[in-house]
Design a protein around this ligand. Structure first.
Ligand code: ATP
Length: 435
């Protein structure tokens, strides 16, 4: 983990938040490469669950919602973690995560009885700080979907089974955040609610478990590092009838990336009760019912960490050339092509004209299609290594022969194979590889 955290900071993936003021506990900012990686993860998810399907539509609901939503959803009462405090050092712990539930893991002191601690972030809306103005930062994006169920139905002519997908920020006042971006108080989620006939819920639950598990494998996560784990009765969230976690083998142990839950008709029924609006669905044959919901709920930050960890590879002794500079250890980030922040780097062998002009013109051309970088600083070996370390898929070298044959050398990050390609055919060559 230390190596990942250090690479993330050094190369501009992830920075501590407001660092010049000493940071803010467990808050992070995504840097120039981090935001590309994050966007690519969200794009890959959206493409798979919305764009490529006929039975899914998207939504972008407001983070701030009428507080009644949280009463109806059960979060005001039920979204709690058991919190215990050390009587000696006053550190607070989430009881669930503790091996010894009586003893402080920091100083060995005795812990108080656990109290229920609500994870909702409270804030005030408008200029008056009073009870009437209390609102909450959403702890999940899902409720924005449930409260828009009728709006989507009426405006999009979807028929059950169908789903609504959404990506956005969520906030939880976690008692013990930690493990870098794994558990933070502000994070992003990719959630979808799939509405089905009650008697088909089991079938769709199975279906989504496989879909979601395979998504991580398709994006390059190694199978040995991924597993499904079923929740025990005592672990189930207040709304869930059953739940599986997709877990990744992080350096700190197997931990959740995504939960796939059977929420039954809990949420729509609750909103029907609290809002007095009819939340039922009428089938073509006139039958009315409240659909059941299968919910795959993924984070963005946790999968991002898993993709980084899984892609990270150290190569002892180097691999690029035999020169002294490259005999040191090299790092290659073998990110999937859809996720790599930079798709290609254009590297002129000399930073002088006329090579520079040729390389710059290739750079400007490729920029129209993909995130690419231009780098003329340092030896070619060092430049390859800089790109390998951030997962760049292709290094395009412009050499002196390029002036005559109008071709460049393209090196593949993973196979190290080099192809000589006509400059005029570059876009097609890369399209072929990247699409
Ligand atoms: P945990 O048991 O680890 O607290 P959870 O089961 O409460 O997680 P869910 O409510 O199922 O999490 O949320 C769905 C997804 O949202 C999680 O799988 C995770 O990827 C992400 N997520 C939830 N809480 C956090 C957090 N504090 N920081 C980062 N991501 C989070």
């Amino acid at each position: 983990m230390e190596k990942i955290v250090s690479l993330a900071k050094r190369r501009g993936f992830i920075f501590p938040s407001s660092e010049i003021y000493g940071g803010l506990a467990s808050c992070y900012d995504y840097g120039p490469l981090g935001v590309e990686l994050k966007n690519n993860i969200k794009k890959a998810w959206w493409k798979k669950v919305v764009q490529e399907r006929d039975d899914m539509v998207g939504l972008d609901a407001s983070i701030l919602m009428n507080p009644k939503v949280w009463e109806a959803s059960g979060h005001l009462k039920g979204f709690v973690d058991p919190l215990a405090e050390c009587k000696s050092c006053h550190k607070r712990f989430k009881l669930d995560g503790l091996k010894d539930k009586n003893k402080c893991s920091e100083c060995g002191g005795i812990l108080t009885e656990a109290k229920n601690f609500n994870l909702l972030f409270k804030t005030f809306m408008g200029p008056v700080e009073g009870d009437s103005a209390v609102i909450y930062l959403r702890p999940e994006t899902a409720q924005g979907i449930f409260v828009n169920f009728n709006n989507v139905l009426q405006s999009s002519r979807m028929k059950v089974p169908f789903g609504i997908a959404q990506i956005g920020k969520s906030f939880r006042n976690e008692i013990t955040p930690g493990n870098f971006i794994f558990r933070t108080r502000e994070f992003e989620q990719m959630e979808l609610e799939f509405f089905v006939k009650p008697n088909e819920a089991k079938k769709w639950y199975k279906y989504w478990l496989k879909q979601r598990f395979d998504w991580y494998l398709d994006l390059g996560i190694k199978k040995k590092n991924l597993r499904l784990r079923e929740h025990g009765e005592d672990e189930l969230a207040h709304y869930a009838r059953s739940c599986f976690d997709v877990e990744y083998k992080f350096p700190f142990g197997w931990s959740e990336l995504e939960g796939v839950a059977d929420r039954g008709d809990f949420d729509l029924k609750q909103h029907q009760k609290f809002s007095n609006q009819d939340m039922s669905y009428q089938d073509q044959d006139g039958k009315k019912y409240i659909p059941y919901v299968i919910e795959p709920s993924a984070g963005v930050d946790r999968p991002l960490l898993a993709f980084l960890v899984d892609a990270y590879e150290e190569i002892k002794g180097g691999r690029t050339t035999t020169t002294q500079a490259n005999k040191e250890q090299e790092v290659v980030l073998r990110l999937h092509k859809d996720l790599a922040p930079i798709k290609a780097a254009i590297l002129p062998l000399s930073k002088k004209e006329p090579l520079k002009k040729v390389a710059q013109s290739i750079y400007k051309d490729l920029k129209k299609y993909w995130m690419v970088q231009y780098d003329e600083v340092g030896s070619i070996g060092r430049r390859y290594r800089r790109q390998d370390e951030i997962g760049t898929l292709y290094c395009i070298t412009v050499d002196f022969d390029s002036l005559d044959d109008k071709k460049v050398t393209i090196r593949d990050r993973d196979t190290m194979k080099q192809d000589r390609v006509a400059i005029s055919a570059l876009v097609d060559y890369l399209k072929n590889k990247l699409d």
